[in-house]
Design a protein around this ligand. Sequence first.
Ligand SMILES: Cc1cc2nc3c(=O)[nH]c(=O)nc-3n(C[C@H](O)[C@H](O)[C@H](O)COP(=O)(O)OP(=O)(O)OC[C@H]3O[C@@H](n4cnc5c(N)ncnc54)[C@H](O)[C@@H]3O)c2cc1C
Length: 493
Amino acid sequence: MTDKFYDIVVVGAGIVGAALARELSAYDLKIAVIDRAADIPSGASRANSAMIHAGYDDKPGTLKAALCARGNSLYRELAGPLDITLQNRGSYVCGFDDRDLKHLEILLDQGRSNGVPGLEIIGGDELRSAEPNVSPGIKYALRAPTGCIVNNFEAVLAFMDNAQQNGAELFLETELKGLALSEDGGEVAGAITSRGLFRTRCVVNAAGVDSDLVARMAGDESFSISPTRGEYYIFDKNYGRLVHSFFFPCPTEKGKGITVAPTAENNLLVGPTSEVQESRTDTSTTRRGLDDVAEGARSLVPSITPAMAITTFSGLRASADTGDFVIGPLDSPRGFVNVAGIKSPGFTSAPSIARRVVEMMKDALSDRLTFAPNVSFVPERRHIPRFESLPAEEKARLAAEDPRYAQIVCRCETVTEAQIVEAIRRGARTVAAVKIWTRAGAGRCQGGFCGPRVVAILARELGIPPEEVTRHGGHSRLLVGRTKDYWFKGAGR
Ligand SMILES: Cc1cc2nc3c(=O)[nH]c(=O)nc-3n(C[C@H](O)[C@H](O)[C@H](O)COP(=O)(O)OP(=O)(O)OC[C@H]3O[C@@H](n4cnc5c(N)ncnc54)[C@H](O)[C@@H]3O)c2cc1C
């Protein structure tokens, strides 16, 4: 059992938990962030469209509407200091007929009420003069110049990294199992986890698709989550040039629809579907889902062909039956705070959610927590050098300083040994974590070439046998033993 005391235990190190931990680390508080995964991000923050929405989608008066446009402007402020790749490419919602035009007009009005700048409806020809590969059938488009594309992995790492620099502690492979309460049951006294008890005055529920299950631990049955799967294709880098901006169809009652967009690294991303399911863990892709993705994508950009995809993936939205984010402290037990049901535009909203939650905590929990400033708070951090995109002189300078920058491990993404070693120094413990930090294995061959070298570097740097290196923690070992041992055993029989 740990007998450590923390002022606040944040459950979940997705974008919401990470952004909140950073915001809280500006105060003189002892903060623990726990996540059951072996690497972050692991939930919806890992598998999404990576769009920083402009903020026109949600009805004025909802939390989503209030927090999305503000989140968009906070990303612009924070991307530089936190060294997050953020590209302001704008977005379009496309309309094919006059019925769609009515939808676009509603979104335009909503966006203006939500304070989204620069929205306008343009004609199909004007759109195609900027984006020649989109469908000739598109007659109108709502243009949102503030829509951005983010590297979602970097964003979560950046918030968490900076929170840790400012004193927050991250505990991976640590699952919340229950709450310890005061004798009268009215106050939070601890977080009971798979690694023992964390004594605390405050537990924040940022557990994504499981946030209703965590709320139940506090006796809160006010909302339920329906996991809603979204499947994607991802294409090789050359295909990112098919479009410059982010493209949506008109939204339906199922959501924002199947989109086409470049990623921050210029891959092409198409998807997602939207299917409610029972399972909170099943993120497989299906033939039917991917066929729907291909059809939806081709209606926006007809030349897209799935044969050129390099991989597929899916993510689970935390759809709350309230229809909105569920944010705020409970009256009882005191010290329990929900930041739950954060589905789209949750990634966008995370920085403004974090600010809103801190203000709520200051108001509602002033008898339990003291928000004195952290006088040594540092608001900036740097990511591992992105070797591939550096100018030649900078590459040469790094290689002269550290010869491991001259050792290319991942050829598809030009990732060097030095970057991988630095990722491990910053906390990467699995092959998946190295990929998240550096993109080694994210390219066309999907780790076919660099996978064994990444395993060898992890084993060497962590001082463990290669057989103990895992893909993503737990039982996901990649090697079962030495071929030689197996060969001799077989030959002896
Ligand atoms: C298909 C799809 C597309 C999307 N596209 C966009 C988009 O383009 N733009 C946008 O703004 N938003 C988008 N979203 C929404 C966005 O991804 C989410 O709102 C956001 O990532 C939610 O972050 P989170 O931190 O609340 O949850 P998560 O990222 O899911 O993190 C929750 C964490 O809690 C941990 N956890 C759960 N239970 C426990 C426990 N008992 N103990 C310890 N740890 C626990 C999990 O391991 C996980 O790491 C999309 C979502 C999906 C699924």
